[in-house]
Write a protein that binds this ligand. Sequence first.
Ligand SMILES: NC(=O)c1ccc[n+]([C@@H]2O[C@H](COP(=O)([O-])OP(=O)(O)OC[C@H]3O[C@@H](n4cnc5c(N)ncnc54)[C@H](O)[C@@H]3O)[C@@H](O)[C@H]2O)c1
Length: 323
Amino acid sequence: MKKVLITGANGQVGNEMTARLRKDLGRDNVIATDLKIKEGSANATEGIFEELDVSDAKRFRELAHKYQVDAIIHLASLLSVSSEKDPVFAWQLNTGSIINGLEIAKELKAQFFFPSSVAAYGVDAMPRFNTPQDTFMHPITVYGASKYAGEMLANYYHWKHGVDARSVRFGRLVSYKVRPGQGATDYAVAIYFDAVLKSSYECYLRPDTMLDFTYVDDAIDQVVKFLNTPASQLKHFNGFNLTTFYATPEDIANSIKKIMPDFKITYKLDPVRQEIADSWPQHMDDSWAREEWGLNPKIGLDEMTEIMLTNLKIKLKAEGEIK
Ligand SMILES: NC(=O)c1ccc[n+]([C@@H]2O[C@H](COP(=O)([O-])OP(=O)(O)OC[C@H]3O[C@@H](n4cnc5c(N)ncnc54)[C@H](O)[C@@H]3O)[C@@H](O)[C@H]2O)c1
């Protein structure tokens, strides 16, 4: 990987990935792209930024050829909740953009990467704890279906056309830089914001809902390591499970209480988000990634809690939300 085009560069993962790769590869070797330029942002001011709607195959191709990239990191995607609101659009955007990217990678003999998700699994993936990488995949959301289809497309281009197409399945990524949304697992970000803002949080998932987590910096480090692993070393290329630790809302609350003993959590269940969270494994078995390319994320729950609380206090103070 010497010159890379990143899609969805303004997003949670994209922002961090762009900054990291500009450091590793040099600012002129990273082409950050997203729907619109964010004037004044680091993405816009500290290197090359191009506007790109990934469903526009022509512009996607033109940019990749113009800069002669040897890797495409395809992060643009409609996420789970927005996808459920407009499944037809979500399917077309998520799977269509992956095949657009794979076609371009084939032409340029470039590496291709996209992040799949724990949402690619469904309720019949067994066992629910330490769920194997290779098992029944029957997702219950269109987002999960589009991610699994993406894995299959990437496999197809790999075996049929020799494209170095790779993917990992993330559990929930956590970062203090992005405000929580309405996703099934956004509670894991919202709980930290509310801890700092009001020392309490009302959670919409059951206290024992166990899921996988990775702090965003760790996720980026591990993806970069994966992409730099020689192809000859890999037995698999797609759908690698990638997780750092598993936790429930109660575990996260207890971790916060170690720093903020007065923090209180209450529960008011949302059946829609609970059903989605229950359809995912409690913990994915990521031993194939550990064995084949040395997956070794480091930031556990308590360390993540410290990072989140420390940085949110600074951020929310700077934004005038707390004194
Ligand atoms: N954040 C997580 O916990 C998580 C977990 C599993 C997988 N993922 C995957 O990682 C990737 C990045 O996630 P994220 O959290 O940074 O998402 P995000 O929503 O923060 O960022 C997505 C970016 O894609 C851009 N985008 C949307 N439609 C586009 C289009 N048509 N053309 C070009 N850009 C478009 C958006 O403007 C946004 O900047 C996604 O593929 C997501 O499915 C994320």
